[in-house]
Design a protein around this ligand. Structure first.
Ligand SMILES: [Zn+2]
Length: 320
């Protein structure tokens, strides 16, 4: 009896240590983390905020890449196929998605199409004719929808809801955490919307003249502004000389001092427009992706939208 009584606790200890080692070698907690992949920067931020500590979120777009024309490489497709959740926008923002999802077929990836079920705006008429130039795969019939829905913070609340649903489905154990994270972030989106509404309520000008592409229709609609842009919903399409002349004319007549331009796309055209109309250029980020500098500074989507609001207030002469 003596021997047994001594060795039993010893073996139990050995077994426990062995189990702990096994757990450590398998990565322990890390391996239980949910993996999500997002196509655009705002979707990446929403997923990262909802996921918190329980999820590892990857953004497909490298810093500085142009969101409309970017296409995935084999490595990106592998990332999607290994993910638990894949979030993309839809509404023709990622024309490569169908092919990629077919290629990764059979895997248990939960797919979230962020624009699904949302009230989408149609692309403005003048963009259709120009769209043909830039889009070899463009639809000559049917409607082209404007994909820039993330610039409507009310719609963003709904996108976050769709993301929560996917997270909870894939990882019900951390449901409370996801709900709590999402509520906090949705609170920040609501606050952003409130500040935009207040700040843009009383402006001398309501014409949002863009030297870039027509990315701000949802924002303009939400805050009662009028978007006038050089290019259509796709930044790849060059504006016609006729369109250029029209926008110069509108800018001169509006009596405004600033037009808006994106950091990367069509900057030269925006500068030419400003020169012709005798106005200056302010930056306005469509927010689909970060520039390299912004990525280095770890700028958030909310930061970008705050910066936009500062420039909108200046450019439209609000509250003075
Ligand atoms: Zn765009």
């Amino acid at each position: 009896m003596g021997e047994n009584g001594f060795f039993r606790p010893f073996w139990i200890l050995c077994f426990t240590v062995f189990q702990m080692l096994l757990l450590l070698s398998s990565g322990g907690h890390c391996q239980a983390k949910l993996k999500a992949v997002a196509s655009l920067f705002p979707l990446y931020e929403f997923a990262r905020e909802v996921g918190g500590d329980h999820c590892e979120v990857t953004l497909l777009l490298p810093p500085g890449a142009e969101a409309h024309s970017w296409e995935p490489k084999p490595g990106d497709i592998a990332k999607i196929s290994k993910a638990d959740i894949f979030i993309y926008l839809g509404a023709s923002m990622e024309p490569w998605v169908d092919k990629v999802l077919k290629a990764t077929g059979g895997k248990e990836v939960r797919v979230v199409e962020a624009s699904h079920g949302l009230q989408l705006l149609k692309a403005e008429p003048h963009e259709k004719e120009q769209g043909k130039k830039g889009h070899s795969h463009g639809h000559s019939h049917g409607e082209i929808f404007d994909p820039h829905i993330w610039l409507d913070f009310q719609l963003d609340l709904e996108i976050v809801e769709a993301i929560i649903k996917a997270f909870v489905e894939k990882d019900p154990v951390h449901k409370e955490s996801y709900l709590k994270n999402a509520e906090a972030y949705q609170g920040r989106l609501k606050e952003l919307d409130r500040r935009y509404r207040l700040s843009l309520a009383d402006c001398r000008h309501r014409k949002l003249i863009l030297g870039g592409h027509a990315a701000f229709a949802y924002l303009a609609k939400r805050y009662d502004l009028q978007q006038i842009s050089l290019s259509g919903v796709s930044p790849n399409a060059e504006p016609t000389p006729k369109r250029m002349a029209e926008v110069i004319e509108v800018t001169r007549k509006a009596g405004i001092r600033h037009i808006f331009s994106e950091e990367t796309v069509n900057k030269k055209l925006a500068q030419a427009l400003a020169r012709e109309a005798g106005v200056s250029v302010l930056l306005l980020s469509p927010g689909a992706n970060l520039t390299r500098e912004e990525a280095k500074e770890k700028v958030t989507f909310i930061d970008l939208m705050e910066r936009n609001l500062t420039n909108l207030k200046k450019g439209l002469a609000c509250g003075d």
